[in-house]
Design a protein around this ligand. Structure first.
Ligand SMILES: [Zn+2]
Length: 212
């Protein structure tokens, strides 16, 4: 069983394809086994809907991957909705529509997701089909995370937890921090002092057959 898990992990690592900023020069790997897990991700698209392969190309690439394995996951790592007129004119709304069309599975906000204000971002977050996830984005009043701290996705009998966190917290709009604050991320485990990311990882570890 252990050996099998190892093989699965190896296969996951080999199958990991990167679509950074919708870059066209992504590694194309021959995904032979139909049980490979393919993780595609975008980050810092900044409304560049037609840049490089564009969202249309990404949607097509995702479909091509899905023809080879049922286990394809598309992640956005932030800064998608701000940076060009299509974002400014719709206050991020058109980008959410496009992301829904492409079919993201997991997303974490970047610092620029907050550029249209906190309430607008929370509104947009409610419209993103896959939802946003962040383990260190806290509601000051309740101390709870604003979004779910992680997303667990099952691929057959293997589960993978996508534990996501916000960075660049200093650029968030300070006026909004009255209601919602972001606690600093700490990967270091001190005595009795767990950072939110470590805490979430510990929580996820209770699940069986999972990778983080
Ligand atoms: Zn960025």
């Amino acid at each position: 069983m252990k050996e099998r898990m190892k093989q699965r992990l190896l296969s996951l690592l080999l199958a990991m394809a990167m679509v950074c900023s919708l870059t066209a020069g992504m590694p194309v790997t021959a995904f032979g086994a139909d049980q490979d897990i393919v993780v595609l991700y975008t980050n810092d698209v900044h409304c560049g809907v037609d840049d490089n392969i564009g969202y249309a190309g990404l949607a097509l690439y995702k479909k091509q991957m899905q023809q080879q394995t049922p286990y394809v996951t598309l992640v956005d790592a932030g800064d998608a909705i701000q940076g060009a007129p299509i974002g400014t004119l719709s206050e991020g709304g058109y980008l959410i529509d496009i992301m829904n069309y492409v079919g993201y599975d997991v997303a974490v906000p970047g610092n620029h997701e907050f550029d249209y204000g906190m309430s607008r971002f929370l509104e947009l977050a409610g419209r993103l089909n896959c939802g946003y996830y962040a383990c260190n984005f806290m509601d000051k009043a309740t101390g709870a995370t604003v979004f779910a701290p992680y997303k667990m996705i099952a691929y057959g009998d293997t589960k993978i937890a996508y534990v996501l966190s916000l960075i660049h917290i200093l650029t968030l709009p300070t006026s909004d921090l009255v209601q919602i604050s972001v606690v600093a991320l700490s990967l270091k485990k001190k005595k009795g002092d767990y950072g939110p990311l470590q805490f979430t990882r510990d929580t996820v570890k209770r699940h069986k057959n999972r990778y983080i």
